[in-house]
Design a protein around this ligand. Structure first.
Ligand code: PLP
Length: 599
């Protein structure tokens, strides 16, 4: 335990205030131009886990980060797009190289904003702190120490053992010179009028320990985010904390740890509810993942409500998880499955969808974002057309929740499913959202403990949702971890994430298009961060293996979406998929390796 922690477990306020004031005084632009704000020792942390609690417009990167010496390239292989702050003209047809990025140097002088308190300290009195004791200790004391130590001594860029040829070939051969207009966020312009980025990717990356991993003597470049996402320290620590301080079975005991574990688990449910904007926590059921959620609906509601001759519509874009359960049900109950076609860009053809709808349509099940192509489907439109036809709708959100804000009430789907591991949370936990009445009208698919009100040998009465669908001991710790992941992305801001990733996708698309012989599969106007392609003269696994040699992780294969790949005459593609912690420098490296393959 640190010396800054009192025996009662609370931070030593005097010591922390001293450290905080030392910090503010040493921040360039504050100590000279502005009165150093007095730091309230209330558990607030300016960095990392609590950063977007700073009540600024975007909650991120404003003020503090532009002063922050941590703004150095993590990888040392180029600059971060998020730190680009150089004007507002973007020309993707003529990408520029080697721009100077002031946000990436420890010595730059940020634009001074004398009338603005860069830390918005005065607003802290209105901020509520629900932080756990460990968060307070870690985020405030530990991170502040970190910041201070870096102010005193700027750490060297980590020495990464790279092969000599990698050093010799500069990967940053393409770069955009300016910050795209679409990244303008209201309230996010500095005194100079320059657009400020929504967040600094180099700061964000420091939350993800695995991104520092060395593979094949190269720094890991994780571009397999559609398969699974990496976990921030906040999630990893939260799960550890659960096992160290809270672990118990839930709901069924009167002891202290049972109360803690139950609070943590039900707290996570509340976070999911808010994340999806569901009407009630009762609409949130914890399951193993998107696959289990779809199977739950098929094997409960589907079994109970569908009859021979009824029709289910899916789209051509579906992951196997949203095909196979319906097929199994169709075989069992003599149902018919119909498929919404897509055009050559991989976009749903709405006119064809409308033709498939009829009174026999009982269910429409489709993905909000295609995992294989990245297509964003017109989900709201598909849902309302289905409802007009009297059908229920299940939306597969496995690939959407990590890329865009989701509002299940606005979407109006009857069910919405996603997996925790695709949204920076743990594996083995996921969510089924369902409309409350519908859930309560549906008989549970599994029986056991936890889901009952009363059991006799003759009869069992079930709980209402969510309990009725959570038989047995669930994945308590990972549900709590998912709650931490939701906190994390919420602090970054889903709009910020969507904007940043859009920029990165546009950039990556442009670069990949310039690789000779590369064919992009999936060119929808509305796309999330997936770039499927094939490269003339190479098998997809050969491309994947070559990228792996350079530390770049991509998926090559059928992505559990064989029907859509076959629609394009393919059995497999190479699929880099991006997340908010990826950088233009990483995209440069990807393009560079592909170019060198073609040579
Ligand atoms: N749906 C889509 C669109 C997916 O991309 C995936 C996984 O890749 C799934 C469903 C299944 O998710 P899980 O394997 O986590 O259950």
């Amino acid at each position: 335990m640190s010396t800054n922690i009192n025996p009662d477990g609370l931070p030593n306020l005097q010591e922390l205030e001293k450290l905080a004031n030392q910090f503010f005084k040493s921040v360039k632009g504050v100590s000279q131009n502005e009165p150093a704000p007095s730091f309230p020792a209330n558990g607030f942390s300016p960095v990392g886990s609590q950063i977007s609690d700073i009540p600024t417009g975007n909650g991120f990167a404003d003020g503090l980060f532009s002063h922050h010496p941590q703004s150095v390239p993590v990888s040392g292989v180029g600059a971060s797009p998020s730190a680009i702050n150089q004007g507002d003209v973007i020309n993707l047809n003529n990408p520029q190289t080697s721009f100077e990025d002031p946000g990436l140097t420890a010595t730059h002088s940020p634009v001074s904003q004398p009338s603005v308190n860069p830390f918005n300290i005065t607003d802290l009195s209105t901020t509520s702190f629900n932080a756990l004791p460990y968060q307070q200790e870690q985020s405030f004391e530990h991170e502040l120490q970190q910041v201070l130590s870096q102010l005193i001594q700027v750490p060297p860029v980590p020495q990464i053992p790279v092969k000599p040829e990698a050093v010799a070939t500069p990967p940053s051969f393409y770069f955009l010179k300016s910050f795209p207009a679409q990244l303008t966020v209201p309230g996010n312009t500095g005194a100079s009028g320059l657009v400020k980025p929504p967040f600094d990717v180099n700061i964000v990356r420091q939350d993800f320990p695995i991104l520092k991993e060395i593979v094949n003597s190269k720094q890991l470049v994780w571009l397999d985010n559609a398969a699974t996402t990496q976990k921030p320290k906040q999630v990893i620590d939260r799960i550890s904390y659960f096992y160290e301080h809270e672990n118990s079975n839930i709901h069924r005991a009167t002891h202290e740890l049972a109360a803690r574990a139950t609070d943590a688990y039900e707290g996570a449910r509340k976070k999911v509810q808010q994340f999806l904007n569901a009407g009630s926590v009762n609409e949130i059921i914890f399951v193993r993942g998107a696959t289990e959620a779809i199977n739950l609906v098929a094997k409960s509601w589907g079994e109970q409500n569908l009859n021979a001759g009824d029709e289910i519509i899916v789209s051509h874009l579906e992951h196997h998880a949203n095909i196979v359960p319906w097929q199994q049900l169709a075989t069992k109950k003599d149902l018919k499955i119909k498929v919404i076609p897509v055009d050559d860009d991989g976009q749903i053809i709405i006119e064809e969808y409308v033709k498939l709808l009829n009174p026999k349509t009982k269910l429409v099940a489709f993905t909000q974002v295609s995992n294989a192509l990245g297509t964003v489907t017109p989900a709201r439109q598909i849902v309302s057309l289905a409802h007009l036809a009297g059908a229920k709708v299940l939306v597969d959100g496995a690939q959407s929740v990590s890329h865009m804000p989701v509002d299940v009430q606005a979407l109006d789907a009857d069910w919405f499913v996603f997996s925790g591991h695709k949204v920076f949370g743990p594996t083995g936990i996921g969510v089924l959202y369902g409309k409350e009445d519908l859930l309560n009208q549906t008989q549970p698919w599994q029986g056991g403990g936890n889901m009952i009100v009363d059991v006799t040998f003759e009869h069992t009465r079930y709980h209402n949702a969510p309990g009725r669908f959570e038989a047995g001991t669930g994945n308590i710790a990972d549900a709590v971890g998912l709650g931490a992941a939701i906190d994390y992305v919420t602090r970054l801001g889903m709009h910020n994430i969507a904007q940043y990733e859009h920029y990165l996708l546009v950039y990556a698309t442009q670069l990949l298009k310039e690789v000779p012989g590369l064919r992009l599969i999936g060119t929808a106007a509305d796309k999330a961060s997936v770039l499927s392609f094939v490269l003339e003269g190479y098998k997809t696994e050969e491309v994947g293996a070559e990228l792996n040699k350079h530390g770049i992780a991509v998926r090559s294969g059928h992505h559990c979406a064989q029907p859509i790949l076959r629609r394009f005459g393919l059995e497999s593609t190479v699929r880099p998929s991006l997340a908010f912690y990826n950088t233009c420098a990483e995209v440069d490296l990807l393009a560079h390796v592909l170019h060198s393959l073609k040579k």
